[in-house]
Design a binder for this molecule. Structure first.
Ligand code: SF4
Length: 280
């Protein structure tokens, strides 16, 4: 059985966390450039230009791309034939985030208790989602998720048989209601089906998909396009100050669900959607 040591996992998590914090992915930058070339509003063009300039500066100077360094979310795809040695996996991941936060001077954004609000000082603990997969590899994705867009997320338990148009309407109305609070232009993640914990996780995972990619099922691809088009006609625009670029993309991920259920979760992300992946 193949083995990897926890020390390698710690190093990788730290590197991914720092890279995600400093360097936006090319697909996001391309979508911002496209939004800029299609934007009719002068203010909207100005904001999109500043977002691109900000991304360039963050990369060149190795500084966080936003003051909100987000909550660290670690997605693992753990091969069932892989043996992790040298200690506790969760502690190894925590240590990677801790080192990344301290060495990269990332803003300490996590409190240990939701009501007592004492800052942990090093952005630990990260949220870790693990999937067991075939093989002997470990795929690690580290995302840093901003609170502004996260706070504008929701779930609704809809009635089975709800028409696709009603779901589209719900998503569009929700994002429109979020207005400037979600730091538009947004990326809209939709989780359909599953249950009360699965649908938001599907919505969250959909935010990792390449911008511009469509659901392989034409039925859902059509819904994604309808949501993007509707949102870009709302006039909310970049920063919520008016314009065309309200939504950079929308992804729908589905899960099987109970005959009596139809959960619909919406998870929003912002123009600094950050995630990096490595395979060990
Ligand atoms: S939602 Fe995104 S752009 Fe807005 S403050 Fe948070 S990380 Fe920054």
């Amino acid at each position: 059985m193949r083995e990897i040591k926890t020390g390698e996992i710690t190093r990788t998590v730290k590197e991914l966390y720092l890279e995600a914090s400093y360097v936006l992915n090319d697909d996001l930058l391309i979508s911002l450039e496209e939004a800029l070339s299609n934007e009719e509003s002068v203010t909207g063009r100005d904001i999109l230009g500043r977002l691109l300039e900000n991304a360039k500066t963050a990369r060149a100077e190795s500084v966080p791309v936003c003051q909100d360094t987000g909550v660290a979310i670690v997605f693992l795809e753990l091969g069932q034939d892989l043996h992790i040695t040298g200690g506790d996996l969760q502690k190894a991941i925590d240590e990677g985030i801790r080192q990344g936060c301290r060495e990269g001077f990332l803003r300490a954004s996590i409190v240990a208790d939701p009501l007592r609000r004492e800052n942990t000082g090093d952005n630990t603990p990260p949220l870790v989602h693990t999937e067991i997969v075939p093989g002997d590899r470990l795929k690690i994705t580290v995302a840093a998720k901003g609170a502004g867009s996260e706070n504008m997320s929701t779930i609704r338990m809809m009635i089975p048989g709800t028409e696709p148009e009603e779901i589209t309407e719900f998503v569009v109305e929700w994002v429109e209601g979020a207005g400037a609070n979600s730091c538009p232009p947004v990326i809209v993640g939709v989780g359909l089906g599953g249950n009360f914990e699965e649908a938001p996780l599907r919505a969250k995972k959909s935010l990792l998909l390449p911008i511009g990619s469509r659901n392989p099922d034409p039925f859902y691809a059509e819904m994604e396009v309808a949501i993007i088009d509707r949102l870009n006609q709302t006039g909310i625009g970049p920063g919520g100050l008016g314009g065309r670029a309200t939504c950079l993309d929308c992804h729908i991920l589905t899960s099987p669900c109970h005959i009596a259920s139809l959960p619909v979760a919406i998870n929003l992300d912002c123009p600094v959607t950050r995630h990096k992946t490595a395979v060990l």
